[in-house]
Design a protein around this ligand. Structure first.
Ligand code: HGY
Ligand code: MN
Ligand code: MN
Length: 423
């Protein structure tokens, strides 16, 4: 597929406008990192999340786009095509961040989608298909685990009430937070979950890894996303006095956690450093220095690009823990199960052609991070565009991509959308 890009389209993408919008959004939930870097903490379904969405909605409606939300709060900004009723081309990403997040993860994909559509309109390009920009609800899973709830429900991968009882660290249920969110956005037109099934989906995202920077490539043509499995484990023993209780009689949850973590590290050790195993949160109760802990709750995030490895090692987690734990009771539940996903040549080729026609270098690259795109794969031809991350840093306020690199990404996105919307 040869993509000749309308020169006026390339020039219609404004590097400054995109950067200014990102910096304005980064003020909502602004934090300062340990090294002084400016970051963002803007969890899903919070007043800050809604404030950022209102800003995005204002920019979109000023442009003439129509706005709607579905029952999971997924936000859609729609540009009409010349063929009414044609399946739209969908683009977008997520607006929620990690608690110690950066200014670009997720949000750039939504802002880039808006920038690309604005450039298409300002260049006077009439697309056959409509183009929709989506902001998915709760991609990160930081406040409510797991991530990708909005896209999983939209894709009918999971029923919309699957996570009603999930609570955040303050004990607020996802259902209560979502109902409040939908009430606060009751003025926005509603659409049914999964309505306007797209012709294709392309998501722009920062790489969050070091490959593009190391290989000095402008654009990542993403080939797919590795599989992810999340578990929550609770080890329950008995509190005791730290001074008087003999170690031989204790049911010490911390000591059994150490045994379990050591056994899991052995299970997940990979000399090729392809496997990803993370214990990101450990909660110890009652948390007193002179009381033997009776509860340890911890999370497991396990990822691998090979489906067999993901299933084999993931299925071995429970038995590994139960064998390692000596004195306490254990409960283990799996909260997220996303198989490796391969992207579609239609979208990958369109992205690669768009980069080439603008004289940008590109490389085909798998994604180590998961994305909502993973759940769109069964619905329509899907792909992603990456731009470089400085030193591969992400989920950290030091996350950074140059304005010019982000503009390259938006220009490739705009050209890709025009190609797909004309198919
Ligand atoms: O965890 C992930 O891979 C994504 O960045 N939320
Ligand atoms: Mn992301
Ligand atoms: Mn992220």
């Amino acid at each position: 597929m040869s993509t000749s890009v309308a020169p006026n389209l390339v020039y219609a993408v404004s590097e400054q406008r995109q950067w200014d919008r990102l910096m304005e959004l980064a003020q909502i939930g602004a934090i300062t990192g340990a090294d002084g870097s400016p970051g963002v903490n803007r969890a899903c379904l919070t007043p800050g999340d809604r404030q950022a969405r209102r800003l995005m909605i204002r920019w979109a409606t000023d442009l003439g786009l129509t706005v709607s939300v579905d029952e999971l709060g997924n936000l859609f900004l729609r540009h009409e095509g010349t063929e009414a009723g044609a399946a739209p081309v969908l683009t977008g990403s997520h607006m929620d961040t990690q608690p110690n997040g950066g200014r670009f993860d997720g949000i750039w994909g939504v802002v880039a989608g808006l920038e690309a559509v604005q450039a298409i309109r300002e260049a006077g390009i009439a697309t056959t298909r409509p183009i929709e920009v989506v902001a998915w609800t709760n991609e990160e899973g930081g406040r409510f685990a797991p991530g990708c709830m909005g896209s999983m429900a939209w894709a009918h991968h999971s029923p919309p009430n699957t996570w009603d009882g999930v609570t955040d660290p303050d004990g607020v249920t996802f259902r209560a937070a979502l109902d409040e969110h939908l009430r606060e956005e009751a003025d926005l037109p509603r659409r049914d979950l999964g309505a306007h099934r797209p012709f294709a989906y392309v998501e722009a995202h920062i790489e969050q890894g070091p490959v593009l920077e190391t290989e000095a490539k402008d654009i990542g043509v993403v080939t797919g996303i590795q599989g992810s499995r999340w578990f929550v484990v609770e080890i329950r023993g008995e509190t005791a006095h730290a001074g008087t209780s003999p170690v031989s009689l204790r049911r010490d949850a911390v000591q059994d956690f150490i045994r379990a973590a050591t056994a899991l590290n052995a299970l997940m050790s990979d000399p090729n450093d392809v496997l990803r195993f993370t214990i990101g949160r450990v909660e110890v109760l009652p948390g007193s220095s002179n009381t033997v802990a009776d509860v340890v709750r911890f999370t497991i995030d396990f990822r691998h690009p090979d489906k067999e490895m993901l299933l084999t090692n993931g299925d071995a987690i429970e038995n590994t823990i139960r064998t390692a734990v000596k004195n306490c009771d254990v409960t283990i539940s799996e909260r997220f199960h996303a198989l490796p996903a391969a992207f579609d040549p239609l979208v990958m080729d369109a992205v690669e052609d768009a980069a080439r026609s603008q004289g940008l270098s590109s490389a085909r690259i798998p994604s180590g991070a998961f994305h909502d795109a993973q759940f769109v794969v069964p619905i329509c031809p899907t792909g992603m565009i990456f731009v470089p991350s400085r030193k591969g840093i992400s989920h950290n306020p030091a996350e950074y991509t140059e304005a010019s690199q982000l503009a390259n990404g938006a220009r490739v996105l705009a050209a890709t959308l025009v190609t797909l919307a004309g198919r």
